[in-house]
Design a protein around this ligand. Structure first.
Ligand code: 5RP
Length: 233
C-alpha cells in the first residue's frame, strides 16, 4: 500500500474508532482499514476511554487482530443484534451500493453488517466510483462441490469468472468455500445483478452490498468527509 493511502486509511480509522462508545456491541468487518480501526481502538483502550466492548469480527484475520490487542472476540450467537458495525469497501457508488470481498470475507461481512443497527463504512477517496465495476470484479463465494456449475451460471450472466487462488491452490474462505472473481464491466443496475447472481446454483454469497451502508467516512487530502445516506441516495 502506498504511504499516502496508508495515511488516509489511518485517518479514517481513527475517526471511526472515535465513534465507538464504551459498552457497545460492535461488529468489525475485514481488511487493512479495519485492521487500522482495531489499532485505533487499542489506543482508546490504553487511554482509558474504552474498557467494555463486545466485538464480533467478520473474519479470522480481524479476530486475530482483536486477540493481539488483548481483547476477546464475541459471537453473533451471544450478540445477534449489534449497535454499530464498521467495515471497509472496495468500491462505493453514489447510492452507497458497494463491492466488497476483496479480502475474501464477504459472507461474514454481509451477516455482521445486517446484524447492526448502524453501519459505518470507512474508505479513502479512491474507493468512490460513479458506477460499480470500474476497477473491481464482483467476488462470488461458491460451494467447492459445484464450483464449475456456479462458474457456468455466472458466465451466462455475462461475467468472466476467475477462481481465486493462493500459492497455486484455490483460496478457501473462513466458511470453507471458494471465491470466483467475476468481471462484469460497468454495472448499471447492481440490485438486479445481485438478485440474478444470488439465484445461481451453489452461490453462497456475492460482493454486491445493497442497503448495507448508512454512513461513509471518506479520507481525502482535505481531511475526513462524512456522508450520510438520505432517502435520495
Ligand atoms: C474484505 C473487504 C474489505 O472491506 C475491502 O476489501 C476493503 O479492504 P481494505 O480496507 O484493505 O482496502 O470487503 O472482504
Amino acid at each position: 500500500m502506498a504511504d499516502d493511502q496508508e495515511q488516509l486509511k489511518r485517518q479514517v480509522a481513527a475517526a471511526a474508532a472515535a465513534r465507538v462508545a464504551d459498552g457497545m456491541r460492535l461488529g468489525l468487518g475485514s481488511g487493512s482499514t479495519v485492521n487500522l480501526v482495531v489499532a485505533a481502538l487499542d489506543q482508546r483502550v490504553r487511554d482509558g476511554a474504552l474498557s467494555n466492548l463486545h466485538i464480533v469480527a467478520a473474519s479470522s484475520r480481524t479476530e486475530a487482530a482483536i486477540v493481539k490487542i488483548g481483547l476477546r472476540p464475541d459471537t453473533l450467537e451471544k450478540y445477534p443484534e449489534l449497535d454499530l458495525a464498521i467495515d471497509g469497501a472496495d468500491e462505493i457508488d453514489p447510492q452507497f451500493v458497494m463491492i466488497k470481498g476483496g479480502g475474501g470475507a464477504l459472507l461474514r461481512e454481509r451477516i455482521v453488517l445486517a446484524a447492526a443497527a448502524a453501519r459505518l463504512i470507512v474508505v479513502d477517496e479512491s474507493k468512490l466510483v460513479p458506477m460499480l465495476g470500474v476497477a473491481w470484479s464482483v467476488p462470488v463465494e461458491v460451494v467447492p462441490f459445484g464450483w464449475r456449475v456456479s462458474e457456468r451460471g455466472l458466465r451466462a450472466l455475462g461475467a468472466r469468472p476467475v477462481l481465486r487462488t493462493r500459492a497455486g491452490v484455490p483460496a478457501i474462505t473462513d466458511e470453507g468455500n471458494y471465491i470466483l472473481d467475476c468481471a462484469f464491466g460497468m454495472i448499471s443496475d447492481p440490485a438486479r445483478l445481485a438478485a440474478l447472481i444470488a439465484g445461481g446454483p451453489g452461490i453462497v454469497a456475492h460482493g454486491i452490498f445493497v442497503d448495507l451502508a448508512d454512513e461513509l467516512l471518506i479520507a481525502g487530502r482535505a481531511g475526513v468527509e462524512i456522508r450520510r445516506r438520505t432517502a435520495s441516495s
